[in-house]
Design a protein around this ligand. Structure first.
Ligand code: AMP
Ligand code: ZN
Length: 299
């Protein structure tokens, strides 16, 4: 027990030198050293991108109505954050602020903070007509927000997400996910990280979805790559491998060229957590990281 405490304290102080706390819990200023590793991870992930992949970088906000239509409020409403603004012309808004109680006057806008990078992809793909026979691949990135209720190491409110998304037939999506689950393990190995893959206890559609259909299939909709981050016994999800079945196709009417409902899946990386795992494993001095790891991250 004492050993674990010491290790955690050490990790705490390491992280304090990489991520500077702000007044908001789970919100940090990232240091240059931390960002060097994030850049290395970005380049490393870029190299994994398949051919004919559409690359999109999304802003940290997205359409509220699109997120509603995607079913997010049925699964994770407790994590959602919205964008609220003061309504009126400039003079009216100034007057409101001067009254002092401006926070009570905020109104929700048509924007929310993106809780995951892939949500805007499905309506975008649907607007392009039927999904071609060979399927569609996307590489997307976004700053994400989740109103997490705890803020232990690695659980941010504001963090980055990078995803590869596949839209096509069930076979194409399942093959994409299976291949990624193998590849992710090789990637963790060449970065010198300890890991294990496990089915997620909190599937993509949230608890309500899980209770609605406890079938064997549903049980394997989500897997995660877990890395011991806080202590040896305590793992943190650093990647997830998701199969959404027809969830997004039903919401957006995504069809294949033969008229069948398309299936979708995504593989998500959490670069902030991966960077923490790298620092925890290899230390704060990049010069002392194993040559293979430095080479892979172009450091
Ligand atoms: P999920 O959609 O929950 O599977 O999340 C995808 C990936 O984003 C996870 O595997 C994590 O690497 C990362 N992630 C999710 N939530 C957080 C968080 N609160 N702080 C940092 N990274 C996160
Ligand atoms: Zn996704």
């Amino acid at each position: 027990m004492l050993m674990v405490r010491v290790a955690e304290d050490e990790l705490d102080s390491q992280i304090r030198s990489l991520l500077l706390p702000s007044p908001g819990d789970g919100v940090y200023a990232r240091t240059a050293l931390f960002e060097r590793v994030i850049e290395g991870l970005t380049t490393f992930i870029n190299r994994q991108r398949g051919p004919e992949t559409l690359i999109l970088s999304f802003p940290p906000v997205m359409s509220r109505s699109q997120l509603e239509r995607s079913g997010y409020l049925h699964s994770f409403p407790h994590l959602l954050g919205g964008v609220s603004c003061l309504e009126g012309d400039e003079a009216e808004v100034h007057a409101l602020v001067e009254q002092g109680d401006w926070v009570d006057e905020l109104s929700a806008t048509d924007l929310v903070l993106s809780p995951a990078a892939c949500y805007p992809v499905y309506p975008m793909a649907a607007s392009g007509g039927p999904i071609p026979t060979k399927g569609l691949l996307f590489d997307v990135a976004s700053d994400c927000f989740r109103r997490e209720s705890t803020h232990e190491i690695g659980r941010f409110q504001s963090f980055r997400m990078r995803e590869f998304v596949c839209i096509g037939t069930p076979e194409q999506v399942l093959e994409f996910r299976t291949e990624w689950m193998c590849r992710a393990q090789r990637l963790a190995q060449v970065l010198g990280l300890s890991y294990r893959i496990a089915p997620a206890t909190d599937p993509f559609f949230g608890r309500a979805g899980r209770l609605a259909a406890m079938s064997q299939l549903e049980q394997s909709l989500k897997f995660e790559l877990l890395i011991p981050l806080r202590s040896e016994g305590e793992t943190t999800a650093c990647m997830s491998f998701n199969y959404h079945l027809e969830h997004f196709s039903s919401a957006w009417n995504l069809v294949t060229e033969n008229g069948a409902k398309a299936h979708t899946g995504c593989v998500a990386f959490g670069p902030d957590r991966l960077a923490l795992a790298l620092f925890k494993t290899h230390g704060l001095d990049l010069g002392k990281w194993p040559a293979e790891v430095r080479g892979n991250l172009s450091l």
